[in-house]
Design a protein around this ligand. Structure first.
Ligand SMILES: [Zn+2]
Ligand SMILES: [Zn+2]
Length: 180
């Protein structure tokens, strides 16, 4: 992939209510690249050292994603969370430091299952912090059901033995099993 390309060659389309990190992860795996490898080469400054990426408001970074995924800047901006990134970031760091007890990304396993070959994480799951899925009326989860690690999609790895590669977003960063 070279910068002269107008769009990412295998860019995926944005889902309704998808959060920024999920969209970037799915694009990385669609190009058969690890998340960090994809971001370092394609979205400079995406991993800002003092920020939880879903709070990014940096217009330059967001514009790159919009351009490469053939979307408007306002669409990409709408995938981010508002609020004080610093205080949220501290919570996130605490969570990473205390992995076994920490809460991961809230998700409904049935929603993800019903996404079929293209699972994605919802912005409303992070925003509302609800305990039950409003569609399935089941408890939201935040841990891997196999090893109890918090679910941290940005730490998922590209799973070459799993097809399609888009399912890699469901991989637990600790035990590699799919969370649903
Ligand atoms: Zn659900
Ligand atoms: Zn696990």
């Amino acid at each position: 992939m070279k910068d002269i390309l107008q769009f990412w060659p295998a860019y995926v389309s944005l889902h309704e209510d998808e959060i920024l990190s999920s969209f970037v992860i799915r694009n990385a795996f669609a190009h058969f690249l690890e998340i960090k490898q994809f971001c370092y080469s394609q979205i400079p400054n995406f991993f800002l050292i003092d920020q939880d990426v879903d709070f990014i408001q940096d217009a330059t970074v967001l514009q790159i994603i919009a351009d490469k995924a053939n979307l408007s800047l306002s669409k990409i901006k709408a995938t981010t969370l508002r609020g004080d990134p610093e205080s949220r970031y501290k919570k996130y760091i605490k969570l990473l430091a205390n992995k076994s007890k920490g809460r991961g990304f809230l998700f409904c396993p049935r929603c993800l299952k019903e996404d079929g070959a293209n699972p994605f994480f919802r912005k409303s799951w992070r925003e509302k912090k609800q305990e039950f899925c409003e569609y399935h009326l089941i408890e939201m989860k935040y841990q891997c059901k196999f090893c109890n690690a918090p679910v941290l999609p940005l730490r998922a790895r590209l799973q070459k033995t799993i097809m399609p590669s888009s399912l890699s977003i469901l991989g637990c960063y600790q035990c590699s099993k799919l969370i649903c």
